[in-house]
Design a binder for this molecule. Structure first.
Ligand SMILES: Cc1ncc(COP(=O)(O)O)c(C=O)c1O
Length: 413
């Protein structure tokens, strides 16, 4: 329906839609719904006591500075801590390589603001993180999807797409949102080599890298990229790396960081001034207080234990309940797994009935920049309590079986 305001909104808003996930979360929030929908960390692992103590301490010791405006560059001790943390993974960075942002979501938006002209092409995995599509649609980006399998982006398919002159490549290397897949070591190397050869930067979005429950850690793309260059004290390579405190501390503090060459950080600072002046001073100081002296390392161990248990329960109950023809990924970490239904089913058609059964998921089509994935769905395993997971998967499989029966498919199990 046309409204009085339609012709007044900027053209960039025309392609904007509220993300399906945000809309679905409204239903999923109802207390009687078992939600495998949002990407929520488990509230039971939030370090509430530590935050409470840190708030009191920093207000008593440093009250005026906590509550004052800060610099756009961010709180220096926090940036130093991130630099030390990064150095442990074998990459030399200085605080000039680091910018705290109001969540990685803001970093994605600022990256769009400094790089994307209307019609610019961005290479994305297919499927990819819906929040990036949303952020970059606003700048008129065109997306070039690259096929994706259980080892991440199919880098053998990349070269033809690089010839189209993309602005950058967006990649989620670890326990990808939405599929849970991890980019293999060989593909990381191939990606770096190709990106370098074609002079195309890589945006590496890594909110889940620390949440590995089994298998060997793989080096970040930025680390591998830095190894191909002559060593300097400051990172000057081809990768813009994003990570966040959302999944290892708490998303409510909206605190994340970018690691990139200083030239890019300076440009991001410039546009961040126009966006929000700076990331919350109070949140940066409190998060630093909570995270310092090794707390984060210990806390992440607890999170891994809790989420691994939930992942295992979800995998077991999927095996127990799902009919033949339904397949799913077995992520080694992160928050999500990805279900593929028989081709004849559309997960969006299942959604309402699933809600009537009081279970929620995210239809997979939301994660495809250029359409597709109708028979897929994303399930989050971090947020539902173990005893609910079995129940929720049983309800979901009931809905799937009903839809298969309607299509005249034989159901075994
Ligand atoms: C891949 C990816 N990037 C960015 C974000 C946004 O994170 P933040 O809470 O730091 O804004 C998320 C959140 O789920 C994500 O999954």
């Amino acid at each position: 329906m046309q409204t009085l305001w339609d012709h007044r909104f900027a053209q960039r808003t025309q392609k904007m839609q509220s993300s399906a996930i945000r809309e679905l979360l409204k239903f999923a929030e109802k207390p009687d719904v078992i939600s495998f929908a949002g990407g929520m960390p488990a509230p039971d692992v939030f370090p509430i006591e530590e935050f409470k103590n840190a708030c009191i301490k920093v207000l008593e010791q440093n009250g005026p500075a906590c509550l004052q405006y800060g610099s756009t560059d961010g709180y220096v001790p926090l940036r130093e801590m991130i630099a030390r943390h990064t150095a442990r993974y074998g990459i030399n960075v200085t605080i000039d390589n680091i910018l705290p942002t109001s969540g990685s979501q803001q970093a994605l938006d600022l990256i769009g603001k400094i790089f994307i002209n209307r019609g610019d092409r961005i290479i994305v995995e297919s499927p990819t993180y819906v929040g990036a599509i949303q952020a970059w649609n606003a700048y008129g980006a065109e997306f070039i999807p690259v096929p994706f399998d259980e080892n991440g982006m199919v880098t053998n398919e990349l070269e033809a797409r690089l010839r189209a002159g993309p602005k950058f490549i967006y990649v989620l290397p670890n326990f990808q949102n939405p599929t849970g897949a991890t980019l293999s070591y060989e593909r990381r190397l191939q990606l770096i080599e190709l990106a370098d050869r074609y002079g195309v930067p890589i945006v590496e979005d890594d909110p889940y890298g620390q949440l590995r429950y089994e298998g060997e850690n793989l080096p970040a793309i930025e680390v591998l990229d830095s190894q191909t260059r002559s060593q300097t004290d400051c990172y000057l390579g081809n990768v813009i790396y994003l990570s966040t405190f959302s999944k290892i501390l708490a998303p409510g503090i909206r605190l994340a960081w970018v690691i990139a060459p200083p030239e890019i950080i300076n440009k991001l600072i410039l546009v961040k001034q126009g966006a929000d002046l700076h990331t919350s001073t109070f949140n940066q100081i409190v998060a630093f207080e909570v995270a310092k002296r090794g707390f984060l390392n210990e806390h992440v161990k607890i999170i891994r234990k809790v989420y691994k248990e939930r992942r295992d329960i979800m995998l077991d109950t999927l095996t127990e309940h799902m009919p033949e023809g339904v397949n799913w990924t077995r992520p080694q970490g992160g928050l999500f797994l990805w279900v593929t239904l028989p081709e004849c089913l559309n997960s969006e058609d299942l959604f309402d009935e699933a809600l009537q059964e009081k279970v929620a998921f995210v239809p997979g089509s939301s994660f495809f920049a250029e359409g597709g994935g109708n028979n897929t769905m994303r399930l989050n395993f971090s947020n539902a309590r173990p005893e609910k997971i079995n129940d929720g998967i049983a309800r979901l499989s009931k809905v799937i079986k009903k839809h298969l029966a309607r299509k005249g498919m034989q159901i075994s199990k």
